[in-house]
Design a protein around this ligand. Structure first.
Ligand SMILES: [Zn+2]
Length: 205
């Protein structure tokens, strides 16, 4: 199974009506993953009836690669956000493939804690699949993967940071930021390549 990162029908061209030429903005399109410098979309104005203040509001830009719209709020937060992570082939577990896709999809909507929870579930699944006992703590699963040689020697600092981030009380949810979620996806992606993709490539040649 190849992990599908994008669920867009690219066969369909969209011709947006009444597009405006606006100030160019650079961003990574959350749909197609391309670096975009778009100057087409729509501006808005905002008015606060309580204070009487007016000003520029959110903007929408159209990607010139895939024609999909991206919304930027007045804090410049991007929806959908830039994708993070790369496709991984030969994942034999449907649950792992779907969780990995979900973890990456969560990044597009800035749902970093949800992404991190998916990535942590994958790490626990891999550890159990490789012989770890069930019902261990998260950091014990990370130690298991490390001790069994699934983490390369130069990955010790990664293990320490992921352990530290996962060091939480059993029924307490720790909110994650983008950096935490990216670190987990990168670590999970590395393991998935070693455990599924590379062995699968050898079998297919
Ligand atoms: Zn695009």
């Amino acid at each position: 199974m190849v992990c599908q990162l994008r669920k867009i029908n690219y066969d369909v061209n969209i011709n947006w009506q009444n597009l405006q030429n606006i100030e160019s903005k650079k961003y990574i399109c959350g749909y197609c993953g391309n670096a975009v410098a778009s100057a087409q979309g729509w501006l808005s104005k905002m008015h606060n009836p309580d204070t009487g203040q007016s000003g520029n509001g959110p903007t929408i830009y159209i990607c010139h690669h895939c024609d999909r719209p991206t919304f930027f709020d007045i804090g410049e937060s991007q929806y959908p956000g830039a994708p993070f992570g790369s496709p991984i082939a030969h994942i034999t577990s449907t649950e792992v493939a779907e969780l990995y896709t979900e973890s990456i999809d969560c990044m597009r909507v800035n749902a970093y804690t949800a992404s991190a929870i998916c990535s942590r579930k994958i790490l626990m699944y891999i550890a159990v699949n490789k012989g770890a006992e069930q019902n261990l703590k998260f950091d014990e699963y990370i130690d298991f993967l490390d001790n069994k040689g699934y983490v390369p020697p130069d990955g010790k600092e990664w293990v320490k940071r992921i352990r530290d981030n996962g060091n939480e009380a059993k029924h307490h949810i720790m909110m994650m930021d983008r950096e935490d979620a990216e670190m987990l996806i990168t670590f999970v992606g590395m393991l998935l390549k070693f455990i599924y993709e590379f062995p699968g490539m050898l079998k297919s040649v």
